[in-house]
Write a protein that binds this ligand. Structure first.
Ligand SMILES: Nc1ncnc2c1ncn2[C@@H]1O[C@H](COP(=O)(O)OP(=O)(O)OP(=O)(O)O)[C@@H](O)[C@H]1O
Length: 792
C-alpha cells in the first residue's frame, strides 16, 4: 500500500498573540498525522496511485547540531484550547475577540441531542455533541453574517474566498433556512450548489452528534444529479465546506458510561487530544458521499453500510442499490432534505423510471398507504432510527425551468397521489410528484432573458459540414485556451479525437461509452492543462464547474435551447468572461433559427467570428494528411484485431483454420438479431503479416510528412518572414511588443471576444461612411440592441 505524507510545517501563521506551547518530538511517526480524504474525482482512490494520504499541521522543523551530528526535531505547536487568560493578557484577549468569533459566540448554546440520536444505537452512551469549531475571520465573511450560518461554514466560505453570497444564494438561503421548499432558477455558474447546500449543511452541523465508528448514520439529505461527473462535483463542493472542520475536530472514542456533550464537558477545560491515529480515522461530524454508476459498487455499498448524512447520487445507481438495501430505502422514506439538481435534465437521461421510483419512496402521502414491512429487513449494523414524522424539505434547482412549469407548481396545493404504475412522461409530471410540503413552494427565478449570462460573448461560423473540421482546427489554433467542444454523437468524437491528436493538440474525449475511470481521468487532464481541448457529448453540458474554460464550441447544433444555454454555461461562470462559438452548416440554419427563436432571440443576434480564410487551405492540407494517417492506422489495427478475433473464435470452437471453411453466425445476447455473418477459411485468415507491415510503413511515411508540415510556420497573407519590417503586413512591432501569435506568423495575439468587438466597430464605422449621419444613429442603435444580449 502506498502511503504518502505531507507535512504542513507550521506554515500557517500562529497569531503573535498566541504563545504556543510546544512538544518536542524526534520521531516522525509520533507526530499528529491526520488522514486526508483523497479526491476520488482525481482517481486517487482507485486501484493505483496513492492509497493513503496523511498530513500534519502546526509542526516546526528544527535542526540541532549535536555531538553525534546534525539531528532534526519536530516541535508540535499546541495551539489547542487554552485555559481562559492562560497565555494572553486581558488586552490581547479582547483584541483577539474583535477579529475572531467562535461557534459559541455565533450559535445558541449546546443544542439538544436531536431525535435521531435517541435510538438505542445513538443513545447518550454512544454519542456526544459536536465539538467547537476553529475561529473564523469575521471580516472576510461579513456579508454572510445575516444568515447566521454555522461557523464551520463561515470558515469554509472564508477559506474559499467566497466573500459574499451570489444573488441566487442571497435570495434562497433565508427561505431554505426558514424551512420553505424552494425552486431556484438562475443562470449557469451562479452558485446554485451552495444555494441549497449551505442551508442543508447548516442544519446538519448544528444538530450534529459525534457518531461512533460502528454506528450507521441515518441518511438525512439526498441530492439527485443527472450525470456521474456532476454528482461527484456536488459531493466535492459540499465536502469542501466541511473539510476544515473535520481536520480541526478533536473526537474521543466513547467510553463506557454516559457521555457528556463535548461542549459542556470541555467548557473552560482543556480537551485532551485524541491520539493521532484516532483523529485521522475519526468519523466526520457530517459526512457527504457520492454514489454513481461506473465505480466500485462494493466500495459504495461499504460507504452506505457505514451510513452518510448527505448522499449525492445519480438515479440509476441509487435505484439499483435501493432495490437491495432496505435500510437505505427506509432512510429515503424519511429524508429531511431532497434536492433535484438539474431536474429538467434528469428526465432526458434514460433514468426516468428510476427517478420516478425514488420519488415515490419520498412521498409521505404514499408512505401512509404503505406498510413498512417492505423495508423491514434488519440493518447490518445498529441504525439510528429516522423520524418519519419529520417534514421533508424539497429543493429543485436548474438554470432552465420554464415559466409554465413554475406556474403549474405554484398552482398545486397537494401532492398528487400515484395512480397505477405508468411513469410520468414530462418534467411537469415529474415535479408534480414531488412531495412539496409547502402548499406554494417558493419560486426564485432570476434567470436572465434568453438564458444567456451577461459575461458571455457568443459567435458563429457559417461553413459547410465538410469544412467544420478545418474551421474547428483554425479556431483552436488561432485562439488557444481551455476549450470544450460539444458534439452530438459519440462517433463524431471518436473520429475527431485521433485527428486532432495527430495535429499535435492536447485533446481528450468524454462520452458515456468510456469507462468511468477514463472519464474522470480525461476530465482531470482537461482541468489541469490551460490549453486542453475536451471533445464531449452533452454529458458535460450540465452543471460541470471546470475553472477557466475559455471557449465553448458547438461543433454540432444543440438539440434544444436548454442544451444551448447549459453548454454555454461551462464558460463565463461566476462572473468571469467567456466565449462561445456555434458552427452552423447551411442545412442547420433552420435549426439555429428555431433554437434562438425559442429563447426569444434572432439568428442575427449572434455575430460571425472573423476568419483569416487564407489559413484555412493550409490547415485543410494538414487535416487531409492526418485523415490519411488515421485511416491507415485504423485499417492496420482493424486487420490485426480481426485476425486475432477470428483465431480466438476458432480456438473457442475448436476449429482448424487451415483446413476448413466455416460459417460463423453470431447472435446478439437475446438470440434474435444476427450480428455478423462471416465466412472464412484458412486462406482468409485475415491479412498477412506482410500486408500489415506495409500498412504500418505507409502510415509512418505519412506521419513523417505531417510532422514536417506541422513544423512549417503558418504565415498570414502579405507577411514576409525574411523581411519582418516590410511586406504588406509588417510584423516587427508585434514581435517586439510580444504580441505576435505563437502559431500563426503575421497574426496578433488576441482573444476571440475582442476580435468580435473589432468586427462590430468596423461594421459601425463602415456603415457610418456609407449611409451618412442620420442612418449612423440607426446603425449604432441596431448594434447596441444586438449587443444588449451579450453584455459586452
Ligand atoms: N458566494 C460565492 N462567491 C464566489 N464564488 C462562488 C460562490 N458560490 C459558489 N461559487 C463558485 O461559483 C462556481 C459556480 O458554482 P455552481 O457550480 O454551484 O454554479 P451553478 O449555478 O450550479 O452552475 P450550473 O447551472 O452550470 O450548474 C463554483 O466554482 C463555485 O465554487
Amino acid at each position: 500500500m502506498t502511503k504518502k505524507r505531507k507535512a504542513v510545517a507550521s506554515s500557517s501563521p500562529v497569531p503573535s498573540s498566541k504563545k504556543p506551547k510546544t512538544k518536542h518530538l524526534s520521531a516522525v511517526d509520533g507526530l499528529p498525522w491526520k488522514t486526508v480524504s483523497r479526491p476520488h474525482e482525481a482517481g486517487l482512490d482507485l486501484d493505483e496511485g496513492i492509497l493513503e494520504l496523511e498530513e500534519v499541521d502546526d509542526v516546526e522543523v528544527v535542526y540541532e547540531e549535536t555531538e553525534a551530528g546534525r539531528i532534526v526535531r519536530f516541535n508540535v505547536l499546541d495551539s489547542g484550547e487554552r485555559e481562559p487568560d492562560e497565555d494572553l493578557s486581558p488586552d490581547e484577549d479582547e483584541q483577539e475577540a474583535e477579529h475572531f468569533i467562535s461557534e459559541e459566540d455565533e450559535s445558541p448554546d449546546v443544542e439538544e441531542v436531536p431525535e435521531t440520536a435517541k435510538s438505542p444505537s445513538t443513545s447518550p452512551a454512544t454519542t456526544s455533541k459536536a465539538p467547537s469549531t476553529p475561529a473564523v475571520d469575521v471580516e472576510s465573511v461579513s456579508a454572510w453574517q445575516l444568515f447566521s450560518l454555522h461557523s464551520q461554514l463561515l470558515l469554509a466560505l472564508s477559506s474559499q474566498k467566497f466573500t459574499s453570497p451570489t444573488p441566487i444564494q442571497a435570495q434562497t438561503i433565508p427561505k431554505a433556512l426558514a424551512g420553505r421548499d424552494v425552486i431556484g432558477v438562475a443562470e449557469t455558474g451562479s452558485g446554485k450548489t451552495l444555494a441549497y447546500g449551505l442551508p442543508i449543511l447548516h442544519d446538519l452541523l448544528t444538530s450534529a452528534v459525534v457518531v461512533p465508528a460502528k454506528t450507521r448514520r441515518p441518511l438525512r439529505a439526498l441530492v439527485l444529479a443527472p450525470t456521474r461527473e456532476l454528482a461527484l462535483q456536488v459531493s466535492s463542493h459540499l465536502n469542501a465546506c466541511l473539510n476544515r472542520y473535520d481536520s480541526a475536530v478533536k473526537t474521543e472514542e466513547p467510553e463506557a458510561g454516559p457521555s457528556v456533550p463535548a461542549k459542556r464537558k470541555g467548557k473552560g477545560k482543556k480537551q485532551p487530544l485524541a491520539p493521532a491515529e484516532k483523529q485521522g480515522n475519526a468519523p466526520p461530524l457530517v459526512s457527504v458521499a457520492a454514489i454513481v454508476g461506473g465505480m466500485s459498487s462494493q466500495k459504495q455499498k461499504r460507504i452506505l453500510e457505514r451510513g452518510v448524512d448527505v448522499l449525492v447520487a445519480t438515479p440509476g445507481r441509487l435505484w439499483d442499490i435501493l432495490e437491495e438495501d432496505d435500510a437505505l430505502a427506509k432512510d429515503v422514506k424519511s429524508l429531511r432534505y431532497l434536492v433535484l439538481d438539474e431536474a429538467d435534465r434528469m428526465i432526458e437521461t434514460g433514468h426516468f423510471a428510476e427517478l420516478d421510483n425514488i420519488l415515490r419512496l419520498t412521498q409521505r402521502s404514499f408512505q401512509h398507504n404503505t406498510t413498512d414491512a417492505d423495508f423491514a429487513a434488519s440493518a447490518p449494523v445498529a441504525v439510528a432510527e429516522p423520524d418519519t414524522q419529520q417534514p421533508m424539505q424539497t429543493f429543485v434547482f436548474s438554470a432552465t425551468l420554464s415559466k409554465d412549469l413554475q406556474r403549474n407548481l405554484k398552482k398545486r396545493h397537494k401532492p398528487r397521489l400515484f395512480k397505477g404504475d405508468a411513469p410520468a412522461s414530462t418534467l411537469d409530471d415529474l415535479l408534480l410528484r414531488l412531495d412539496f410540503r409547502d402548499p406554494e413552494p417558493e419560486v426564485v427565478d432570476i434567470s436572465p432573458e434568453g438564458g444567456i449570462v451577461s459575461t458571455l460573448k457568443e459567435s458563429k461560423i457559417e461553413c459547410l459540414s465538410t469544412d467544420k473540421d478545418a474551421y474547428l482546427y483554425y479556431f483552436l489554433t488561432r485562439y488557444p485556451g481551455r476549450t470544450l467542444v460539444f458534439l452530438s454523437s459519440i462517433d463524431g468524437i471518436r473520429r475527431l479525437t485521433p485527428l486532432l491528436e495527430l495535429l499535435g493538440l492536447p485533446v481528450y474525449p468524454l462520452h458515456s461509452q468510456l469507462e468511468q475511470r477514463q472519464r474522470l481521468k480525461n476530465l482531470d487532464r482537461f482541468k489541469s492543462n490551460p490549453h486542453a481541448i475536451l471533445l464531449s457529448t452533452d454529458i458535460a453540458a450540465r452543471g460541470l464547474d471546470i475553472p477557466h474554460v475559455a471557449h465553448v464550441v458547438h461543433y454540432q447544433i444543440p438539440r434544444s435551447a436548454d442544451a444551448y444555454v447549459h453548454r454555454n454555461g461551462r464558460t463565463a461562470r461566476a462572473q468571469r468572461s467567456g466565449f462561445s462559438m456555434l458552427m452552423c452548416a447551411p442545412d442547420e440554419r433552420r435549426l439555429v433559427r428555431a433554437l434562438l427563436g425559442s429563447l426569444g432571440r434572432q439568428d442575427s443576434d449572434i455575430p460571425e467570428l472573423p476568419i483569416e480564410h487564407h489559413f484555412i487551405d493550409k490547415l485543410k492540407q494538414r487535416l487531409q494528411l492526418a485523415k490519411q494517417i488515421d485511416n491507415a492506422q485504423h485499417r492496420a489495427s482493424k486487420a490485426t484485431h480481426d485476425r486475432n478475433w477470428i483465431r480466438a473464435a476458432a480456438d473457442a470452437m475448436d476449429i482448424e483454420l487451415e483446413s476448413e471453411c466455416v460459417f460463423l453466425h453470431l447472435r446478439s445476447r437475446n438470440g434474435t438479431n444476427p450480428l455478423l455473418l462471416h465466412t472464412f477459411s484458412g486462406e482468409e485468415e485475415g491479412p498477412s503479416n506482410r500486408a500489415i507491415k506495409a500498412r504500418n510503413a505507409k502510415s509512418a511515411v505519412l506521419k513523417a510528412e505531417l510532422k514536417a508540415l506541422l513544423q512549417q510556420p503558418l504565415v498570414a497573407r502579405g507577411v514576409s518572414t525574411r523581411y519582418i519590417t516590410s511586406g504588406s503586413r509588417p510584423i516587427v512591432d508585434d514581435i517586439l511588443a510580444g504580441e505576435d501569435h505563437q502559431g500563426m506568423v503575421g497574426v496578433r495575439k488576441s482573444e476571440a471576444g475582442s476580435d468580435l468587438l473589432h468586427v462590430k466597430k468596423a461594421k459601425v464605422k463602415g456603415a457610418k461612411k456609407a449611409d451618412g449621419k442620420d442612418k449612423d444613429r440607426g446603425v449604432e442603435k441596431l448594434e447596441d440592441e444586438e449587443w444588449a444580449g451579450f453584455g459586452s
